[in-house]
Ligand binder design. Structure first.
Ligand code: ADP
Ligand code: ZN
Length: 616
């Protein structure tokens, strides 16, 4: 569009300019005829011809001379004004009996003159003017759509989602049942004077189906569904978010009754008042606008606002006041039963081979949320497709699970020494895990680089864990440290490959001491240290609420836990050095060991960490 306009401008410009030139250069009629037949000559042949009396007629123009020879031929030469104005020269021609005519400069009509001097400039000015105007128009268009809500609307006629598409989440379904009734028959409730909640907050980890439930509410009630992400309200420019909120609710009111869904409410509705990291005014305005809109529903409007967050703790308290998001529905990670249900829903259109047991997959995926499971099935189908199969087999699911859990296989070229050290490291994790009483069973260990890791030791809890015992946590820390310690014990030097393990172990130990009351010296006190305060907008004055002495005590206790775990790991691995070596060798040879292959090598009795610790 822009290029086309530009080209047309240039063409018009060129055309008009050439027209001027053409018009200007056109002389009287006689000259036109002359132009047709004259030939160009040189000054010397002209002078010769004068001398030799070959010329009968000369026309002197300001910058050229045109003459006619005796045999009626016309010639033309360029003559400098000095020659044209030379009276002697003219006299000489006259003496030779040549008829001389002086042609004055043809006056250029005023209009041409003006156009030639000013035309191009005027055209350029018009062109620039046109360009800026166009840009301004574009910009204003952009701002117009910029401040509009980009909310997606799903009308009930579109493919609708109902509770049949949502597996598990029974509590949530029950909670929203009333809302669906209200959306269907608002008058029934109004007559009874019931105040139906306007806002419902869905709380849960990402991918656990919050959006899905919101859509299902609209689908069940057969009303339109508007969805917008809270982060879409937070823009660079102050006021844009607020105007998007206005726009979203304006559209919703036109379609009432309807459901408005705001995903990631925390992005727009964080605690006000911290003002760090910019964008704070903007967020405040956006938040205020949401509150204004929610307060402003008239009694005849049936709009239910559902919002999702996984950080209810950082929401501005104003959002959760009565009349706003006063109802909270917590959606937790799916249980084994729910996982199986979710898998069944998503596997509905996937042809499964007979060796695939949905129950087994469900059991092997603790901690997976709905989107992980949907993703797992999709990956498996993709893998089976790539293998040109007509149905998805167990092996495809296994590979898909590895890919989802451990990341894509990375083709990193490692030298033999590096590979050996990775094998030592992973063997260390595995052997410790197999030696400690409270640890999760090991499902697989591999030294094929995946995702960000050079090797992976994968454990698989026997059942969903809701509580973590202190023994289990101590074992976990010991397992995490086992990687580095194996590197040390097998003696090829230590590497930076343990960074992640060390970080996780420290983090666990810190939580044991400061949050879970698992250190005797630190006691049953919650040592809050809102590390995330700076990023999440809480008051930063409240970073640490304990004394320097306590800080020291906490550090000591954390160190104590880590050191004791480290000593235990050293002891276990030193004792079982031969097994460790054997495991590493087998791992180097096969690259991946499954649970049964590990069991073949490690046949040690499990020990209790606390007993081990006492004996240290
Ligand atoms: P959230 O909004 O909590 O981040 P979504 O609702 O967007 O999660 O879920 C992402 C996807 O995961 C859904 O589109 C759906 O395919 C799948 N999913 C999540 N939970 C469930 C569930 N309970 N039943 C069926 N599918 C689910
Ligand atoms: Zn490790």
């Amino acid at each position: 569009m822009r290029l086309k306009g530009f080209a047309i401008m240039i063409l018009a410009f060129a055309f008009i300019f050439m027209l001027f030139i053409f018009l200007y250069d056109r002389g009287p009629e006689q000259q036109k005829q002359l132009m047709d037949s004259k030939s160009y000559s040189t000054i010397s042949s002209f002078l010769d011809s004068v001398e030799m009396g070959k010329i009968i007629y000369v026309e002197i123009h300001p910058t050229k001379i045109i003459w006619k020879s005796k045999n009626e031929d016309w010639y033309e030469i360029y003559a400098p004004p000095a020659l044209s104005n030379n009276l002697n020269f003219i006299n000489k021609l006259h003496e030779k009996g040549i008829k001389v005519k002086i042609v004055a400069q043809k006056p250029t009509p005023f209009i041409y003159q003006t156009l030639i001097t000013w035309g191009p400039a005027i055209l350029i000015i018009i062109f620039i003017f046109w360009l800026t105007k166009r840009q301004a128009k574009n910009a204003s268009n952009q701002i117009g759509s910029f401040s509009q809500s980009q909310a997606q609307e799903i009308s009930p006629a579109n493919k609708k989602i109902t509770f049949e598409d949502v597996a598990g989440c029974e509590e949530a379904k029950k909670e929203v049942q009333e809302i669906i009734e209200f959306l269907k028959t608002p008058d029934k409730f109004r007559k009874l004077g019931a105040r139906i909640p306007k806002g419902i907050l869905l709380i849960g980890p990402p991918g656990c189906g919050k959006t899905l439930i919101a859509k299902a509410v609209a689908g069940e009630a057969k009303v339109p569904f508007f969805s917008e992400s809270g982060s879409a309200f937070v823009e660079m420019f102050v006021g844009v978010g607020a105007s998007r909120v206005r726009d979203l609710f304006k559209r919703a009111k036109e379609k009432n009754p309807c459901v408005v869904f705001i995903d990631e409410l925390d992005a727009a509705g964080r605690h006000r008042g911290a003002g760090i990291g910019g964008g704070h005014d903007e967020r405040e305005q956006t938040l205020n606008q949401i509150l204004i809109e929610m307060d402003g529903f008239s009694t005849s409007e049936t709009i239910i606002v559902l919002a999702a967050t996984n950080r209810p703790d950082i929401l501005d308290p104003a959002l959760t006041r009565p009349g706003r998001f006063d109802r909270h529905i917590v959606i937790s990670r799916p249980s084994l039963k729910d996982r199986i249900e979710i898998l069944k829903i998503h596997a509905k259109n996937v042809p499964l081979a007979t060796d695939v047991k949905i129950e087994e997959i469900g059991r092997g995926t603790p901690g997976f949320v709905g989107s992980d499971l949907a993703n797992l099935i999709n990956e498996a189908a993709l893998i089976a497709g790539r293998r040109n199969k007509t149905s998805v087999e167990k092996i495809d699911f296994d590979d898909a699970k590895d890919r989802v859990q451990m990341g894509l296989v990375q083709h990193i070229l490692m030298n033999d020494k590096e590979k050996r050290i990775v094998a030592y490291h992973e063997s260390g994790h595995t052997l410790i895990a197999k030696s400690l009483l409270h640890s999760d069973p090991i499902a697989k260990v591999t030294i094929i680089p995946r995702g960000m890791a050079l090797g992976v030791t994968q454990s698989l809890p026997e059942e969903d864990r809701h509580l973590y015992f202190k023994d289990y946590l101590l074992d976990e820390i010991t397992i995490l440290l086992g990687g580095r310690i194996a590197e040390q014990i097998l003696g090829e030097g230590i590497t930076n490959g343990a960074k992640n393990d060390i970080e996780k172990a420290t983090e666990l130990a810190r939580k044991m001491v400061t949050e879970w009351g698992m250190s005797e010296k630190a006691g049953l006190i919650f040592y809050s240290e809102s590390k995330d305060g700076i990023f999440l907008g809480r008051d930063i004055g409240q970073v640490k609420n304990y004394s320097e002495e306590t800080a020291k005590l906490i550090d000591e206790e954390i160190k104590e836990i880590v050191e004791k775990s480290q000593e235990s790991a050293v002891r276990i691995l030193k004792q079982k050095k031969e097994i460790l070596k054997k495991l590493a060798e087998r791992l180097l040879e096969k690259e991946t060991l499954e649970a049964n292959e590990i069991d073949e090598i490690i046949t040690v009795a499990k020990i209790d960490f606390s007993k081990l610790k006492e004996s240290l």
